[in-house]
Design a protein around this ligand. Structure first.
Ligand SMILES: Cc1cc2nc3c(=O)[nH]c(=O)nc-3n(C[C@H](O)[C@H](O)[C@H](O)COP(=O)(O)OP(=O)(O)OC[C@H]3O[C@@H](n4cnc5c(N)ncnc54)[C@H](O)[C@@H]3O)c2cc1C
Length: 595
C-alpha cells in the first residue's frame, strides 16, 4: 500500500470511528425506544389498523370566531381588557381532578418542590457544554455543527497536504475524492445509514452532505488543474488529453462542477428542477466515469451504489399510493390533506414526502415531492393528516385545488378527493421517547402547529404509560383568526388529557381591527397579542413540572421558521442551570422548515 492509499484508508476509518462514537452515545436512547413495543411498530412504515375513537373532532374549516363556553368553569379570556402581555394574563388554565399534586393556577400559594438530590459538578459542566454546542453562530449553524464541519475539513485537509503539494502531486487529491464517495452518497440518501446509526433524520445531516460535496468539488478541480499544470510543464498535455482515462476524468469533473454549481442556493431557489435534474444525471454518470477514470475508485463506487440502491428499495417499500381528501382552511391559508387509508406507522414529529398525482397541479406538478410533518396521532378515523401552508407555487396549486371542493347536503365542505403518493415516515425526534419526560413544551410557529398536534395527541393517548405531567403548547400566529379552525381540536386535546395538564398559549403578531370584546375561548387556551416571552413560559413549565413531583426532565420541541428555532434555542441555552438540573435536564429538539 502506498502513502496515498494508506492515508485515505485511515481517514475513512477515522471518520467511521467518529460516527461510531456518536452512535454509541445514542445507545441509551435506542434502548429506551426499543424496549417499548411501540418502538418496533411505529416510525418505520405507514399502514392501516382498526382505528380507535378519534381524538380530532371534525375540523371546522370556516367557523365563527367565538365559541360556546361552559359557564360553570372559570375559563375565558376577555381580550379587550387583557392587554397585559405576561403570564398572569393567561387565565384559562385547566384543572384535572386526577392531578392532585399539580400547581393550582387559581391558588397564589407556592407548592413545595419535590425533594431533589443535587447531582455532581460534572453534571453542570456537561449541561453547560451542551448549551454552548447548541449556540447559533453563523448562517443558523450551531457551534456543534461548526465544530463538526471543522473537524471533517481538517481531516480532509490533513490527508490532502500531508507530505504532498497539490501542484507537484495532484494524484493525492484524486485519492481523497475517491475516499469520500461513500460518505457523500450515504449522506444524500433519505434512508440514511449514518442517520440511522446516530439517531437523526436525513434532513438534519444535509449540512454534512453539502460540506463533503463542496470539498469534493474543490478537490476534483485541484486534481485536474494540478495535472494540467504538470503535463504542460512536461510538454505532454495534448497526448494526455487524448487518453481515455483522462477523458473519463474530465466527464467526472464536469459532473462535479455541474452538481456544485446547480446546488448553490442561487440556482436552487430559481430553478429547483435544474437542481434536481443535474443531481440525478450527475450523480449517476459520475459513478461510471470514476470507475473508467481510475479503477482504484471501484470499491468506493460499489459502497456508494450499495447505499444508493438500499435507499431506493426502502423508499419504494415506504411508498404508498392512496386517495386523499383535500380541504382548504382559509383562515390559515392551509390545505388539510387527510389520507384515511393510512392511519398508523409513524411517530410524533415525523414527516412524509407528498406527491399529488393530478393534472390540476400543472404539467410538472406530479413530478414534485414536498415534505410535510404529520399533524395527528396514529389510529384515528380520519387517518393521516397533513397541513400544507400555501407558501409557493406548488402549495398554492394544492390550495386552489382544495378550494374546488364539493359540498354535501348540509352545506358543509365535503373536500376534494385526489390520488397521492406518500413516502415515509422520516425524521422526527429520532430515538427520543417524549413520553418519558416529566414536562414538555412545544414552541411552534404557523403551520409548525402540526408537530405539536401530533406529539401532544400521542402523549395523551399514551395515558398511564406516559410520564409527562405538564404539556404546554406555545403557538405564534400572525392573525388571531388563524386560531379559529383549530380551536375545537385544541380544546379537545385539553379536555381529554387525564394524566397531564395541558395549556395552549396562542400569540398573534398582526394588528387587527376586529373587536374581541366578549370573545370566549375554551378552558386551557389563551390568546394574547405580541410575541411569546419564552423564558418566562419555560420557567413556568419547569416550575410546574417540579411541583407535580416529577424530575425526569423537560422536553422542548420547536417547529417553524428558523428564526423561531434560534430564539427558542437561545432561551433553552440561557436557562437557569440549577432549575435545569433540578428538573432532570431540558432537552431541546428542533424541526425547521428551511431547506
Ligand atoms: C422536514 C420538513 C417538514 C415540513 N413540514 C411542513 C408542514 O407540516 N406544513 C407546511 O406547511 N410546510 C412544511 N414544510 C415546508 C414545505 O415543505 C414547503 O413549504 C413546501 O415544500 C413549499 O413548496 P412550494 O413549491 O409551494 O414553495 P416554494 O417556495 O416555491 O418552494 C419551496 C422549496 O420547495 C422546494 N421545491 C421547489 N420545487 C420543487 C420540486 N420540483 N420538487 C421538490 N421540491 C421542490 C425548494 O427547495 C424550494 O426552496 C416542511 C419542510 C420540511 C423540510
Amino acid at each position: 500500500m502506498g502513502l496515498d492509499d494508506d492515508l485515505v484508508y485511515h481517514a475513512d476509518i477515522l471518520i467511521f470511528g467518529i460516527i461510531l462514537i456518536f452512535a454509541l452515545a445514542n445507545l441509551p436512547k435506542v434502548y429506551a425506544r426499543f424496549s417499548r413495543s411501540s418502538g418496533w411498530s411505529e416510525g418505520h412504515r405507514l399502514h392501516s389498523v382498526v382505528p380507535r375513537r378519534s381524538m380530532n373532532p371534525a375540523i371546522n374549516c370556516n367557523p365563527p370566531i367565538s365559541y360556546p363556553i361552559d359557564s360553570t368553569k372559570p375559563s375565558f379570556v376577555d381580550l379587550e381588557s387583557s392587554t397585559d402581555h405576561s403570564l398572569t394574563a393567561c387565565v384559562s388554565l385547566p384543572y384535572h381532578p386526577g392531578n392532585t399534586r399539580m400547581n393550582d393556577p387559581y391558588n397564589e400559594k407556592e407548592l413545595p418542590l419535590a425533594p431533589q438530590r443535587l447531582p455532581p459538578p460534572s453534571y453542570y459542566l456537561l449541561h453547560s457544554a451542551a448549551s454552548v454546542l447548541r449556540y447559533r453562530v453563523h448562517d443558523n449553524y450551531s457551534i456543534g455543527q461548526v465544530l463538526l464541519m471543522m473537524l471533517y475539513t481538517s481531516i480532509i485537509f490533513y490527508v490532502s497536504f500531508y507530505k504532498s503539494n497539490p501542484f507537484t502531486d495532484p494524484h493525492r487529491a484524486g485519492f481523497v475524492i475517491a475516499s469520500q464517495i461513500p460518505f457523500v452518497y450515504a449522506l444524500a440518501t433519505k434512508n440514511n445509514i449514518i442517520g440511522i446509526m446516530v439517531g437523526v433524520g436525513y434532513e438534519k445531516l444535509n449540512f454534512l452532505h453539502r460540506l463533503v460535496g463542496r470539498l469534493m468539488v474543490i478537490g476534483a478541480n485541484v486534481h485536474f488543474l494540478g495535472y494540467v499544470y504538470k503535463w504542460s510543464l512536461d510538454g505532454v498535455i495534448y497526448k494526455m488529453l487524448a487518453e481515455d482515462f483522462v477523458r473519463w476524468g474530465i466527464v467526472a469533473l464536469v459532473c462535479f462542477d455541474l452538481l456544485g454549481f446547480c446546488s448553490t442556493s442561487f440556482v436552487r431557489s430559481r430553478s429547483y428542477n435544474l437542481f434536481l435534474a443535474t443531481h440525478i444525471v450527475g450523480l449517476n454518470v459520475f459513478l461510471f466515469a470514476a470507475c473508467y477514470h481510475e479503477p482504484a475508485c471501484i470499491p468506493y463506487v460499489i459502497a456508494a451504489v450499495v447505499f444508493y440502491s438500499i435507499d431506493h428499495v426502502v423508499r419504494a417499500v415506504k411508498t404508498r399510493i392512496a386517495t386523499a381528501r383535500l380541504r382548504p382552511v382559509t383562515e390559515l391559508g392551509i390545505t388539510r390533506v387527510e389520507v384515511p387509508s393510512l392511519n398508523a406507522g409513524w411517530r410524533a414529529g415525523q414527516h412524509v414526502r407528498l406527491r399529488v398525482l393530478s393534472s390540476s397541479m400543472g404539467w410538472w406538478g406530479w413530478s414534485e415531492v414536498h415534505p410535510f410533518t404529520i399533524a395527528n396521532a396514529t389510529q384515528t378515523q380520519e387517518g393521516m393528516v397533513l397541513m400544507c401552508k400555501k407558501t409557493g407555487r406548488w402549495t398554492s396549486s394544492l390550495f386552489d385545488m382544495a378550494q374546488t371542493s364539493s359540498y354535501c347536503e348540509s352545506g358543509k365542505e365535503a373536500g376534494r378527493d385526489v390520488t397521492v403518493m406518500v413516502e415515509g415516515p422520516y425524521g422526527g425526534v429520532g430515538h427520543t421517547v417524549m413520553s418519558s419526560y416529566s414536562g414538555t413544551m412545544f414552541v411552534v410557529g404557523g403551520s409548525g402547529i402540526t408537530f405539536a398536534l401530533s406529539a401532544v395527541q400521542d402523549l395523551i393517548r399514551a395515558g398511564e404509560d406516559n410520564d409527562v405531567k405538564i404539556i404546554d403548547i406555545v403557538w405564534s400566529i400572525q392573525d388571531p383568526g388563524s386560531l379559529s379552525p383549530l380551536v375545537t381540536q385544541l380544546a379537545s386535546i385539553v379536555e381529554r388529557s387525564t394524566t397531564a395538564r395541558v395549556r395552549v398559549h396562542v400569540f398573534y403578531t398582526r394588528a387587527i381591527s376586529t373587536t374581541f370584546n366578549g370573545m370566549i375561548l375554551p378552558r386551557g387556551i389563551t390568546l394574547l397579542p405580541g410575541r411569546p416571552k419564552l423564558a418566562k413560559l419555560l420557567d413556568a413549565v419547569v416550575t410546574d413540572t417540579m411541583s407535580a413531583g416529577s424530575a425526569n426532565g423537560v422536553f422542548v420541541g420547536v417547529c417553524g421558521p428558523v428564526s423561531l428555532a434560534n430564539l427558542t434555542a437561545s432561551v433553552v441555552n440561557g436557562f437557569d442551570t440549577r432549575m435545569r438540573t433540578a428538573v432532570g435536564g431540558v432537552t431541546f429538539h428542533e424541526e425547521t422548515f428551511g431547506w
